[in-house]
Design a protein around this ligand. Structure first.
Ligand code: DMJ
Length: 490
C-alpha cells in the first residue's frame, strides 16, 4: 500500500479496521488454490448452457427473452438482452462458436435506437451494461466497449438528471433525462461497479463520479443499513431494513467495490463492516435445525421470520469478506454466518419435493420453515453462495449441493424450447413460460464455475457484479490512472 495514495485522496485508515497491509489472504478463510476441475460435470453444465442458448437462437434470436413453452421471443427493454447477458458465460464455458455468434450480433446488429425510452436503470445497468463490460473484460474487443459506452451514456441520463445523489429509477434517454420520484435502495446502490469500470475502460471519469455520490452519502450517514424506499428529490431513504429484493445488492456492492478497488479504498470496506455489525440485529435462528437467516425489520431489531431465495446471495458475500474481518474471532464468526446461510439455502432445496428452492419461506418455532411463495424462476443466488463457499473451503459438499440443484433444474425446468421456471416448486410441470436472461448470465455460470478450477473463473483477478459479470480488479496502486476512479469517496 503506498502512503502516497492515501495522502492524495485523504483516505484516513479506519482505526477499527486492520491496516490494509495486514489484511492477510493466508488465513484459513482465504481463497483456495489447487482446485481440481470436475470435467464431467463441467461438460454436463456446458451441454445445458448450449441447450438454453440454442433454443433462444432458434425461436427468439435478437429478442430480449425466450418463452420456451410457446417457443417464441418476448420483448422487454429492446433487443437482444439474452445475447448480451450470456456472452461471458459462453466465453467462460468454452462455447466458442456460440460466443462468436453473440459477439457478431453485438458488433453488427445491436441497435440501441430500438430500445424503449423508459429503460429500468437497475436492470439495464446490471444486465446490458454489465454484460457488455463482462465480455469486454475477458476478450477486449473495441466494438464491444463502444457498445458499452453507448448504452452507458443512455442510462447515465437518469443519474445526471437527478436533483440529488440518488438517480431516477427510469432512464428517459431519448429526452436526456430520467423519471420517477422514488427509487428502491438496490437500484441506488447497484450501479457503482459497472460505471466505475466503464470509467476505467474509457478514461472518462464522469461515470465514476456520478455513481459514487450515492456511496459517499451512505458513508457520511455513519450507518450500515438503510431503508428500502429512497426519495430522489430529498436523497434520503426510509422504510424497512432488509437484505431481500429491493435492498439486497447495495450491500453486495459495498463489499465488492472494496474488492474492485484492490482493497485500497477503505471507506467501501467500512460501509460493509457497518452492514455486518447492524445485520446482527436482523439475524435469527430456526428451531429445531438452527438454520440462520436475516429477517426484515423497521427498527433494526425483532426481525420478521421470513427469508427468500433472493437473500441467498448474502451468504456468498459473507464468505468472500470473512477473511478480512478484524481478528480471528470475527473472521471465524463471519465465515460461519456465510456457511450457515449457505446451509439454510440448501435446506430450501433439499426439503422441496422437486429439489428446487421456493422464492419465500416463513419460519415457525419447532417446525423450521414452511413455503410461503412457491415459485422458482431459475434464480442463481443459492448456487452463487455455494460457489463462493467451495472456492474458500474446497469442501466437496458444496459441489454436491450444486450438482443436486443442477439435476433438479434439468429434470424440472428443461423443456424442448429451452428452460422454464416453475410457478410452484411442489408441482412438477407448473411451468412459468419464461427463460430469464439471468439463467445464462448467472445460474449456469455459477454452476459451471463451481466445477471448474480457480483459473476458469478467477476470483483473484475478477470481481463478479450482481449479475455474475466479471470485472477486473482496478487497483489504484497498480495503475496510477485508476486513482481518479474513487475520488468521490474522498
Ligand atoms: C439478477 O438479475 C441479479 O442477481 C439481481 O441482483 C437480483 N435478481 C436477479 C436474479 O435472481
Amino acid at each position: 500500500m503506498s502512503l502516497d495514495f492515501f495522502h492524495i485522496f485523504s483516505f484516513a485508515q479506519d482505526p477499527t479496521l486492520p491496516p490494509s497491509s495486514s489484511l492477510s489472504s493466508s488465513n484459513s478463510f482465504a481463497l483456495q488454490t489447487g482446485i481440481v476441475a470436475d470435467e464431467e460435470k463441467m461438460a454436463a453444465v456446458r451441454g445445458e448452457i448450449k441447450h438454453a442458448w440454442d433454443m433462444y437462437k432458434k425461436y427468439a434470436w435478437g429478442e430480449d427473452l425466450l418463452q420456451p413453452i410457446a417457443k417464441r421471443g418476448r420483448q422487454w427493454m429492446g433487443k437482444g438482452c439474452m445475447i448480451i447477458d450470456a456472452l461471458d458465460t459462453l466465453y467462460i464455458s468454452g462455447l466458442k462458436q456460440e460466443y462468436e455468434d453473440g459477439i457478431a450480433w453485438v458488433e453488427n446488429d445491436l441497435d440501441f435506437n430500438k430500445f424503449r425510452d423508459d429503460l429500468p436503470l437497475f436492470e439495464s445497468v446490471i444486465r446490458v451494461l454489465g454484460g457488455l463490460l463482462g465480455a469486454y473484460a475477458l476478450d477486449p474487443r473495441p466494438k464491444v466497449l463502444e457498445r458499452a459506452k453507448q448504452v452507458g451514456d443512455m442510462l447515465f441520463s437518469a443519474i445526471q438528471a437527478s436533483p440529488s445523489h440518488f438517480p431516477h429509477p427510469t432512464a428517459r434517454w431519448r429526452h436526456h433525462g430520467g423519471s420517477g420520484p422514488q427509487i428502491v435502495l438496490a437500484e441506488v446502490g447497484t450501479l457503482q461497479m459497472e460505471y466505475v469500470y466503464l470509467s476505467a475502460a474509457t478514461g472518462d471519469m464522469k461515470y465514476a463520479d456520478g455513481v459514487l455520490r450515492a456511496f459517499k452519502y451512505f458513508y457520511g450517514t455513519g450507518r450500515g443499513l438503510f431503508g428500502q424506499n429512497c426519495n430522489v428529490q430529498s436523497g434520503v431513504c426510509n422504510g424497512k431494513l432488509s437484505v431481500g429484493g429491493g435492498s439486497d445488492s447495495v450491500y453486495e456492492y459495498f463489499a465488492k467495490m472494496w474488492l474492485l478497488s484492490g482493497k485500497k479504498v477503505n471507506k467501501f470496506h467500512e460501509l460493509w463492516r457497518r452492514t455486518v455489525k447492524e445485520l446482527t440485529g436482523l439475524m435469527a435462528k430456526s428451531s429445531p435445525s438452527e438454520l440462520i437467516y436475516f429477517g426484515d425489520s423497521y427498527n433494526g431489531v425483532n426481525p420478521t421470520p421470513t427469508w427468500g431465495h433472493l437473500q441467498c446471495f448474502i451468504g456468498g458475500t459473507y464468505t468472500l469478506m470473512a477473511q478480512y474481518a478484524g481478528d480471528d474471532v470475527s473472521r471465524k464468526t463471519e465465515f460461519e454466518i456465510g456457511a450457515g446461510l449457505g446451509r439454510t439455502c440448501h435446506e430450501m432445496y433439499k426439503r422441496s419435493p422437486t429439489g428446487l428452492g421456493a422464492s419465500v419461506i416463513n419460519f415457525s418455532p419447532g417446525n423450521d420453515f414452511t413455503i410461503s411463495s412457491r415459485d422458482y424462476v431459475l434464480r442463481p443466488e443459492a448456487i452463487e453462495s455455494w460457489f463462493y463457499l467451495y472456492r474458500h473451503t474446497k469442501d466437496e459438499k458444496y459441489r454436491e449441493w450444486a450438482w443436486e440443484a443442477f439435476l433438479a433444474i434439468k429434470k424440472h425446468c428443461r423443456v424442448d424450447g429451452g428452460y422454464a421456471g416453475l410457478r410452484d416448486v411442489t408441482q412438477p410441470g407448473s411451468y412459468e413460460d419464461n427463460q430469464e436472461t439471468f439463467v445464462l448470465a448467472e445460474t449456469f455460470k455459477y454452476l459451471y464455475c463451481i466445477f471448474s478450477t480457480e483459473k476458469d473463473c478467477d476470483l483473484s483477478k475478477y470481481v463478479f457484479n450482481t449479475e455474475a459479470h466479471p470485472f477486473p480488479i482496478l487497483d489504484p496502486d497498480e495503475k496510477p490512472a485508476y486513482r481518479q476512479l474513487y475520488s468521490q469517496m474522498r
